[in-house]
Design a protein around this ligand. Structure first.
Ligand SMILES: Cc1cc2nc3c(=O)[nH]c(=O)nc-3n(C[C@H](O)[C@H](O)[C@H](O)COP(=O)(O)OP(=O)(O)OC[C@H]3O[C@@H](n4cnc5c(N)ncnc54)[C@H](O)[C@@H]3O)c2cc1C
Length: 457
């Protein structure tokens, strides 16, 4: 059995050392005697590191092929793809919902899978999840796009969904696929042994414990796992903004009149848009990578809504509150970009419309017609870290490219690639960064996913 027992720079390394077997019995006794905080029936336990620090205990069922940290859209896609490849997969999510910003964050627009000129660009789980988002709620696939591939230039192949409905569909989907979901479980540290990620330390109702795996996918949206494993990362600022679902007379009327999903889901947006325009003048910029900043951002963004309501009631009378009020608020901060990996390749602004040899698929620019980006496999790979791959809005991209790669269809797509590559790595007993890109490409092609612009146009 491998000997791991040291404290990494940013996280605690832990696991079974040579004393494990001998200590198992006595640990089991200690557990029975209630000396550990975790009720870990049948778990192996080592309670101290060599320097005397308390070590995390492996929780029940704590060994997986693949661990996915973060159950946003990227994490869901990664977990499903890995499980479909026959891997024992766990999805760890700190809230009680999957979907991340798209559901918990009330971002209800699944941006386009097409290029704005009538050609579908993004395929696979990204399309599967787009269709799934409508299963228990309003919204329709735009006319002409029902079957995908080719459609009208306008409207584009995108949908609007109810976040709550999408959550229900995602629950059902993940359970049917056999993914082991850990809700209400925070990943608090990355377990690293000699540069290799071997597991995650988690905290939940059972207390603190460790989950181990042959490969880990970081789908936290903010590269938390990669950062704590010591991978180089890049941070950026955010202006205040807020999306909220409101009750309003307009919405009530539309509900009975078959309005579009957007009309029936009266989301109002306050504060800065994706360019920062609309944010209150002189408002602070927020990083989102420290607890203080996140808390202040949440309070200040809600204050924007309070101000909006006060203004509205002052203008239209106090009785207006009976008709115009928030139905629900986001249960996570709504910062667009906080931290991403500085990976083996960085997708740059000028990379759109280019052939990229190691592309694993494509994403369309949601703002501009005809702009398509091939996504290089190494943009999902952190530097200096083995057995780890990143998916979603924290892959390695820069400035305008980040604006394209951070949205829902791209998160689903990179999630699928990460899940597939992690599974290939486990099967080949290697790390995702040691895979031949050609093998990843071959596996994606076999799933009907076009890799290059020349394959679709
Ligand atoms: C204001 C705003 C407007 C937007 N508008 C659009 C739009 O109109 N259309 C569009 O397509 N996209 C839009 N986006 C972007 C899009 O919503 C997200 O970037 C995308 O959904 C990201 O998905 P993800 O899975 O990469 O990350 P996230 O959605 O951030 O998911 C990460 C998940 O990981 C979990 N997590 C994080 N840390 C831990 C931890 N330590 N332990 C356990 N779990 C953890 C989180 O709870 C979350 O569920 C918008 C974003 C914002 C903020």
């Amino acid at each position: 059995m491998k000997s791991i027992s040291k404290v990494s720079k940013k996280g605690i390394s832990c696991g079974l050392n040579k004393h494990s077997r001998r200590n198992f019995l006595s640990n089991a006794l200690k557990i029975t005697a209630g000396l550990f905080t975790l009720p870990v029936t049948g778990a192996f336990a080592e309670n101290t590191t060599s320097d005397g620090k308390k070590k995390p205990v492996m929780g029940p069922g704590g060994k997986y092929d693949i661990l996915v940290a973060g159950g946003g859209i990227a994490g869901v896609a990664a977990a499903v793809e890995a499980q479909r490849a026959g891997m024992k997969t766990a999805l760890i999510e700190k809230t009680v919902f999957t979907g991340g910003l798209a559901t918990t964050g009330l971002i209800y627009i699944y941006l386009p899978l097409c290029d704005g000129r009538g050609t579908q660009v993004t395929y696979g789980l990204s399309e599967e999840l787009l269709r799934l988002s409508l299963k228990y709620g309003p919204g329709d696939i735009p006319q002409g796009w029902e079957k995908g591939k080719k459609g009208p230039a306008s409207p584009r192949f995108r949908v609007e969904f109810s976040p709550a409905s999408f959550i229900l569909a995602l629950d059902e989907f993940l359970v049917a696929e056999g993914v082991d979901i850990w809700f209400d479980t925070v990943v608090c540290s990355t377990i690293v042994d000699g540069g290799q990620v071997t597991g995650l330390e988690v905290e939940n109702k059972s207390g603190r414990s460790a989950l181990y795996a042959s490969c880990v996918v970081d789908a936290t949206g903010e590269a938390d796992v990669a950062f704590r494993a010591g991978a180089p990362c890049v941070e950026t600022d955010n202006k205040l903004s807020m999306w909220v679902i409101m009750n309003s007379r307009r919405a009530a009327k539309k509900t009975s009149m078959q309005g579009s999903a957007a009309e029936r889901l009266p989301v109002i947006t306050i504060g800065g848009d994706n360019t920062g325009r609309g944010a209150p003048e002189r408002s602070k910029k927020y990083r989102g990578t420290n607890g203080r900043d996140v808390s202040e951002y949440i309070i200040q963004s809600r204050q924007l809504l309070i101000n909006e309501l006060k203004e509205c009631y002052a203008k239209e009378g106090a009785e207006k509150r009976k008709e115009y009020f928030p139905m629900t608020l986001a249960a996570m901060h709504q910062m667009r970009t906080t931290r991403r990996i500085d990976g083996l390749t960085v997708i740059r602004d000028h990379d759109h419309s280019k052939h990229i040899d190691d592309s694993v698929g494509m994403v369309a620019d949601w703002r501009k017609k005809g702009y398509v980006w091939e996504v290089p496999y190494p943009s999902l790979l952190p530097k200096k870290t083995k057995n780890l791959i990143v998916a979603g809005r924290c892959i390695s991209n820069d400035r305008d490219a980040w604006e394209v790669m951070r949205v829902i269809p791209a998160a689903a797509f990179t999630g699928q690639v990460a899940g597939l590559a992690a599974a290939l790595a486990v099967k080949n007993k290697t790390s995702p960064d040691a895979l031949e890109t050609a093998d990843v490409q071959k596996a994606l092609k076999a799933k009907g996913i076009p890799l290059h612009i020349k394959d679709i146009i």
